[in-house]
Ligand binder design. Structure first.
Ligand SMILES: [Zn+2]
Length: 225
């Protein structure tokens, strides 16, 4: 019987060409509007309908305009958005909480809507930001292709980075229509994600105060209780 060559006893070195793959180049320029409308017509044909029938003839144009709204967040720099709006706080240093801020986003896996609400809190350290700017910050990240975990972290991290507060907390509760209307078909199920930074991470009392303020007094973040 032919002996097989012995396995090397040492771990194989990383392949010489095993450098991490370069990130895909950022798309250069958007496709033209006609190309996008053609793509919508293709989807309609693929679904089994006739894009030239009366009820559908204006649909590609409407879909493009809807996309312009749903994905307007790519055109806004969230850091710049907040930086324009520093205010003096006159020494205010208590928790600022905004709760039940509704949003519409789209999942990056199915382009299906994600509908939910965001709760935000921060403990200011000299700087505060207007309520409308916080709502706009959520819009900037919601109006992109998203996963909920990433959106939660992006909102918290941006607030931390720009306001330099003593802490930031973000909780998102949302329903994913890719899950509720297809696939596993679980209507009513919502997903809860959270990101706690600074005092909200390290101080149980601060975290409890926030969770009570948003209606989770037990501190549990599971939905439906
Ligand atoms: Zn999805």
């Amino acid at each position: 019987m032919k002996a097989t060559p012995p396995e090397s006893p040492v771990l194989k070195p990383a392949p010489r060409n095993g450098k991490p793959k370069a990130a895909a180049p950022a798309p250069t320029g958007k496709p033209g509007r006609a190309a996008v409308e053609d793509a919508i017509r293709t989807l309609i044909r693929w679904a089994g309908d006739d894009p030239d029938r009366e009820g559908l003839v204006g649909t590609p144009d409407r879909v493009v305009r809807a996309f312009e709204e749903w994905f307007a967040g790519y055109a806004v720099d969230p850091v710049e958005l907040l930086q324009r709006t520093f205010e003096e706080t006159d020494g205010y240093d208590e928790m600022v909480v905004l709760r039940d801020i509704g949003f519409v986003s789209h999942c990056e896996h199915h382009l299906a809507p994600i509908l939910g609400k965001v709760h935000i809190a921060y403990l200011p350290d000299r700087r505060v930001v207007g309520i409308s700017k916080l709502a706009r910050l959520i819009e900037v990240y919601a109006r992109r292709l998203q996963i909920q975990e990433k959106m939660t972290a992006q909102i918290a991290n941006t607030l931390q980075e720009v306001l330099l507060p003593k802490g930031v907390a973000v909780v998102i509760e949302a329903q994913h229509q890719c899950m509720t209307t297809r696939g596993v078909h679980k209507p009513g199920v919502s997903m809860v994600t959270s990101r706690m930074l600074g005092a909200f991470r390290h101080s149980p009392g601060t975290r409890q105060e926030f969770l009570s303020a948003i209606g989770h007094p037990g501190g549990k973040l599971t939905s439906g209780d």
